[in-house]
Design a protein around this ligand. Structure first.
Ligand code: NAP
Length: 261
């Protein structure tokens, strides 16, 4: 048998440190279309979920009820992640309830078209603050807890393949997502080996009626695998990152080959 064949995921020489007991996940954007599937799947992996909601109280209450069927100690709090003070308060509430943080999923986002000649300051601030500033300050709060823990924890940010493409009508959004990719790498390098930080970059999974600049047929023509993504495609990528302890600072594109364009 070759030397590498002896190595198995639970081999004792692993540096990854785990902590007994129920793992806890802090998640923003859990009421989103992908976000809710992700939150439920993470609960299904045995995590207690503490999630934030912003405008969708009804969705949040329904989601909490579903999550609590799987993970009864889960909680939620209202928070606008474009406001660092509110992020701070959400983490204060988190720390009152939980004494560990195993996983942060930073998924809060907004998205709308902004043709270059017409972008207003208000639109710029809304897109950049929600997608980038909020992600940064959420990650900052999380690492303040995680770096003091005697075990390995993880951060997963939600980027977008558009961070690597040139979309004429979405500059503030795509710039913000490019920033999320960069933050992911900076945090990964800064907090290794204790905190593993990766991004998932979905291609088009859900459509935004009235906000897209292309028809579905036009989008499909650009996707080598010939279909839009399914939330399950994103969940599978996330489960890979939860399982893996030798991947950090990466952006996992889940896009049907869209980036090959
Ligand atoms: N869906 C796709 O096809 C796709 C493609 C590429 C990338 N992505 C990325 O994947 C992630 C998940 O996507 P999704 O489909 O779940 O997004 P979504 O359906 O648009 O949901 C957005 C989420 O962000 C929250 N949010 C919006 N503004 C907020 C604010 N100011 N403060 C706090 N939370 C705020 C919303 O909360 P409320 O509902 O409570 O307001 C909601 O939970 C996002 O980061 C998105 O950019 C998605």
């Amino acid at each position: 048998m070759k030397e590498w064949q002896h190595r198995r995921p639970n081999a004792p020489n692993r540096k990854h440190m785990t902590q007994p007991g129920k793992k806890v996940c802090f998640m923003t954007g859990a009421t989103g279309r992908l976000g809710s599937e992700i939150a439920l799947s993470v609960a299904g992996q045995g995590y207690t979920i503490f999630f934030t909601w912003h405008a969708s109280e009804k969705k949040a209450l329904e989601l909490l009820e579903k999550i609590r069927w799987i993970s009864p100690e889960s909680e939620m709090v209202r928070c606008s992640t474009s406001k660092p003070k509110e992020i701070g308060k959400a983490f204060e509430a988190f720390r009152k309830k939980f004494d560990r943080l195993d996983l942060l999923i930073a998924s809060a986002s907004n998205f709308f078209a902004t043709p270059l000649p017409e972008v207003t300051e208000e639109e710029w601030d809304s897109l950049v603050d929600t997608n980038l500033k909020g992600t940064f300050f959420t990650m900052q709060e999380a690492v303040r807890i995680m770096q003091k823990q005697p075990f390995t924890s993880k951060i997963i940010t939600m980027a977008d393949v558009s961070a690597d493409l040139v979309w004429k009508n979405f500059a503030p959004y795509t710039v913000a997502k490019a920033g999320v990719v960069h933050l992911t790498r900076v945090f990964a390098k800064t907090f290794a080996p204790r905190i593993l930080v990766n991004a998932i970059a979905p291609g088009t999974v859900t459509l935004n009626p009235g906000k897209e600049m292309e028809t579905e047929e036009e989008m499909l023509r650009r996707i080598p695998l010939g279909r839009l993504g399914d939330p399950l495609d994103i969940v599978r990528a996330l489960l890979f990152l939860l399982e893996s302890d030798y991947v950090t600072g990466q952006v996992l594109a889940v896009d049907g080959g869209r980036l090959l364009d």
